[in-house]
Design a protein around this ligand. Structure first.
Ligand SMILES: [Fe+2]
Length: 354
């Protein structure tokens, strides 16, 4: 299958994702290479067998959905998907005890972030501190009571903060630690991914938070593994590489075992090492077959890995990292998304599409 890159304001779906005789809560666009997507069908209309047959007869295998309607599509898949039911929101599994109250620092975070009397760098530091604490809790015990709520709380607070104060992104990037660790890496990746989701046009806080949660947990498959596996950027010629690669599928297993049924988290844990040219793992997915959230995390993950120091490998500057991502690793990434990512670093908030 040819790699597919689309306008960053859209994500691609397979025709087979759509069930005949169902009502779609999202718009459908046709994709033509090099042209603007063409509006094909309005949301809230029935997707009939006749329409399906017409698309098949015209050789259409993929359609586009506006990025801002990702959550509607995920809910549709959860309802009608033949496999991989994917509710958009994290929810405690049935039978779980009620979530305990949030830690005071976590509970007061939204109010602190919204308090413009407080210096911006103080609010940014508070958010980084809370997100680190939550990632640490997840890495220690994914089944911890109240953890889904805490992950959602910090992801939503991050999304709202970046929406309301675009300048916060640049300040947080300046404050981030530049030594690699699995905790700080998850935290950084979530921040970059959340900003990228906003810059790609997602304006619905629930959808932005869903992607932020998934980014916070993308490497959860490393939980409990020895530092020789977790704290390294493992090249293919390393003897530990086969074991290191397993963290992707292990992540989804750990999430499912802990009762997580958040489809975006499951997809991102599994597919955040897929490359657009099909050279990634675990499935070797190509282009738009890779879930949009996983494509975003792939970019954020790579940028953080390159710009943080690990043992004898010094951190690259942002410019060096982006140069390498564009020139040497470019085939791995969704190109329109990479362009938006670069623009978002240059002018935080300035490229957001509403
Ligand atoms: Fe990973």
């Amino acid at each position: 299958m040819e790699p597919l890159t689309v306008d960053p304001g859209f994500f691609a779906i397979e025709l087979e994702h759509l069930e005949p005789a169902t009502v779609l809560a999202f718009d459908l666009f046709l994709w033509h290479p090099g042209r603007r997507p063409l509006h094909y069908r309005h949301r809230d209309l029935e997707f009939t067998r006749e329409i399906q047959a017409r698309l098949v007869a015209n050789g259409v295998q993929r359609l586009l959905v506006p990025a801002g309607q990702l959550g509607h599509f995920e809910r549709y898949r959860a309802q009608h998907g033949k496999s991989d039911p994917a509710p958009a929101r994290a929810a405690p599994a049935a039978g779980r005890p009620p979530a305990p109250p949030l830690h005071p620092a976590e509970a007061r975070l939204p109010a602190l972030l919204a308090d413009r009397e407080q210096p911006l760098d103080r609010r940014c530091a508070a958010l980084l501190g809370v997100s680190r604490r939550v990632v640490e809790a997840a890495m220690a015990d994914l089944a911890l009571p109240g953890l889904p709520e805490r992950i959602h709380h910090v992801a939503e607070a991050t999304g709202r903060f970046l929406m309301d104060e675009p300048a916060a992104y640049g300040t947080m990037v300046q404050l981030m630690r530049l030594d690699y660790s699995s905790l700080s890496h998850s935290q950084h990746t979530a921040l970059y991914t959340t900003e990228l989701a906003l810059a790609c046009g997602l304006g619905d806080l629930d959808e932005v938070a869903a992607i932020g949660r998934a980014a916070l947990l993308h490497d959860i498959g490393k939980a409990g593994l020895p530092p020789s596996i977790t704290e390294k950027d493992c090249p293919p010629d390393d003897p530990d590489y086969p074991r290191w690669k397993e963290h992707a599928m292990r992540g989804t297993s750990l999430l499912r075992e802990a009762g997580w049924d958040d489809g975006t988290c499951l997809e991102v844990a599994a597919h955040h090492h897929e490359n657009a040219d099909g050279s990634g793992f675990p499935a070797g997915l190509v282009g738009a077959a890779i879930p949009a959230a996983a494509r975003m995390v792939r970019i954020a993950d790579a940028f953080d890995s390159l710009t943080t120091a690990y043992r004898n490998r010094p951190a690259l500057t942002g410019f060096q990292a982006l140069w390498r991502m564009r020139r040497e690793m470019g085939a791995w990434f969704d190109q329109p998304m990479l362009t938006v990512f670069i623009e978002s670093l240059i002018a935080p908030g300035g490229t957001r599409r509403r």
